[in-house]
Design a protein around this ligand. Structure first.
Ligand code: F6P
Length: 328
């Protein structure tokens, strides 16, 4: 089987570990893997990964030592051209031209939507892997990269705590997550933040300020508020709005942004990526297509693309309650 692999959308720590696992599993199964550079845009540009020895087929050594590297050696993109019917048809034609039998796509919601569209135009098999720091996909408990992003955010907040404590400050710390507050929620629990603003939970500025006044009256001199990117207009705007309605703390805003997408994946993501990469190739060998490989309650699962992209994962209510208790 000739398997193409691509990464699309925002990069996530662990994408390389997934590629390593895909290549090595395929070799064991007697299949060939071709890396496609720059995601769906790379299909349209016929842009393939070429190993140092000049070969197109990815060999065992082409993925040596990759598990610990952040980013993606295949490069990624958000292809506008592929989001059109013509683009999808053109991609299908190119995949036929190179006689691909199957494709593994690694990315988030947009990537899987692209795979769904491609599956309607192309007869080859397609399996998706959840590679996004956002953890917003249906069909898996954890996406590849989420745990590392949370770890990075917690490390940053721990550092900000020092300055917050030294200067009696409040920090508004913005973490990524356009549609989903999972990174913010997990970061808030792990860093012991006093406030968390998530897109899934609306709160008025007045009620947040009341809480801040209670916190101050209780003797706290510094505060950390974790703001999800998708919460209203983010941390800088929240800082401004809360000041206007009487925030009792002197404050600063810090946007962690793309820092959360980088860095060496932590062991959890390396293991998850390795498991899912291996599982994706096995699924192809068994004739599966049109599904995302995920892990739900410890079980490796395949979920149809339609199911994965029909919405965003709901916030974990248990963790939300936990935050309310531990942040009080
Ligand atoms: O990968 C998803 C994501 O991390 C979102 O949380 C964020 O809004 C987006 O990427 C930013 O992407 P870009 O790099 O295209 O600005």
């Amino acid at each position: 089987m000739r398997i193409g692999v691509l990464c699309s959308g925002g990069d996530a720590p662990g994408m390389n570990a997934a590629l390593r696992s895909i290549v090595r599993t395929a070799i064991v199964c007697g299949d060939e893997v071709f890396g496609i550079n720059h995601g769906y845009e790379g299909i349209l540009n016929e842009e393939f990964y070429i190993a140092k020895d000049g070969t197109l087929v990815m060999g065992l050594r082409s993925v040596s030592g990759l598990a610990r590297h952040g980013g993606t050696i295949l490069h990624s993109s958000r292809s506008k051209r592929f989001q059109t019917d013509e683009g999808v048809k053109a991609a299908a034609k190119i995949l036929r031209k190179y006689r691909f039998d199957a494709l593994i796509t690694i990315g988030g919601n947009g990537t899987l939507s692209g795979s769904l569209a491609l599956g309607k135009e192309w007869e080859g098999q397609i399996i998706g892997l959840p590679g996004t720091i956002d953890n917003d996909l249906l069909g898996t408990d954890f996406t590849i990269g989420f745990a590392t992003a949370v770890d990075t955010a917690v490390d940053a907040v721990d550092k900000l705590r020092d300055t917050a404590g030294s200067h009696d400050l409040m920090f508004f710390v913005e973490v990524m997550g356009r549609h989903c507050g999972d990174i913010a929620l997990a970061t808030a629990i792990a860093s012991g933040a006093e406030i968390a603003c998530l897109p899934e939970v609306e709160e008025t500025p007045e009620s947040i300020v009341s809480k801040l006044k209670r916190i101050k009256d209780a003797g706290k001199a510094s505060v950390i508020a974790i703001i999800a990117e998708g919460y209203q207009k983010g941390a800088v705007e929240m800082q401004r709005v809360l000041k206007e309605v009487g925030n009792p703390f002197d404050s600063r805003a810090v946007v962690l942004g793309h820092i959360l997408r980088g860095g060496s994946p932590i062991a959890f993501d390396r293991i998850l990526a390795s498991e899912l990469g291996n599982f994706a190739v096995s699924a192809l060998v068994q004739g599966e297509t049109g599904k995302m490989a995920g892990k739900i309650r410890g079980e490796l699962t395949l979920t149809p693309f339609e199911e994965c992209v029909k919405g965003h994962k709901k916030i974990n209510e248990e963790q939300l309650r936990l935050l309310q208790v531990v942040a009080s």
